[in-house]
Design a protein around this ligand. Structure first.
Ligand code: BTN
Length: 224
């Protein structure tokens, strides 16, 4: 591994995210620890969804001391970092609000940020060899775009990306996030209403236009 992270690697465990939280609760966690698993039996996605986790893909949770890591805009920074990583590996991804990564409009990776005591846990799943069939959205995998990637090679690049973008000014993150965003200026569904998605404001809120009014959206799910 390229930088000063502590990597804990497992074959199959219930969830790297869960193990990270347990380590924090037991006082065993330290800043810049990565928990990686080859597969998960109880992988967790956002909004209490499951994250199907067969062998062949990347499943990792990064633990950071949260002293200066509580900015709500961090979620965008990690999305940009993961997108840049996949782009650098030849996978043409875009970001769907707030931090899903899509290739050809199909989900290829997901990011889950959770705070636990004094720590931030950044969970990331990237489909490399397999992509599950899920009801809510279409999925794809990096193998469809760049052959031969492995969880270890992707993780190595991801670490560099995370280190670069988590410390970056939000103005830089916001600019890149909007360049990579899949549905800027397009019609989205927000709480049952049609709206035009206009971008992010300087605090990370999503700006949408409903009729002739502008609204700010903070934590809700937006549908395309
Ligand atoms: C999403 O719903 O888009 C977020 C998915 C996050 C999945 C990753 S896989 C590694 C880590 N462990 C988990 O149980 N979940 C996250």
């Amino acid at each position: 591994m390229s930088t000063n992270y502590n990597l804990l690697s497992y074959d199959k465990i219930p969830s790297t995210q869960l193990l990270a939280a347990e380590m924090i609760a037991d006082g065993e966690a330290s800043d810049k620890t990565i928990i990686m698993a080859a597969a998960q039996s109880a992988g967790r996605g956002r909004n209490t969804r499951k994250w199907v986790s067969h062998h062949g893909n990347l499943y990792a949770s990064f633990i950071y001391k949260a002293d200066d890591e509580r900015r709500p805009t961090l979620s965008y920074a990690f999305a940009v970092a993961a997108a840049e990583t996949l782009l650098s590996l030849g996978v043409p991804v875009q970001i769907k609000w707030p931090n899903d990564l899509l290739a050809d409009e199909k989900k290829i990776a997901g990011i889950l940020l959770e705070y636990c005591r004094d720590f931030l846990i950044v969970g990331i799943g990237i489909n490399i060899k397999t992509n599950p069939t899920v009801e809510l959205y279409k999925t794809t995998k990096t193998d469809n775009y760049a052959k031969g990637l492995t969880p270890a090679t992707v993780l190595n690049e991801l670490i560099k990306g995370f280190d670069k973008w988590r410390k970056a000014d939000f103005s830089a993150v916001r600019k890149r996030w909007m360049e990579l965003s899949i549905n800027l200026d397009s019609i989205i569904k927000y709480r049952g209403k049609s709206a035009i998605y206009c971008g992010l404001n300087e605090n990370g809120a999503m700006i949408i236009q409903v009729g002739d009014k502008y609204e700010l959206v903070y934590g809700d799910e937006v549908f395309t």
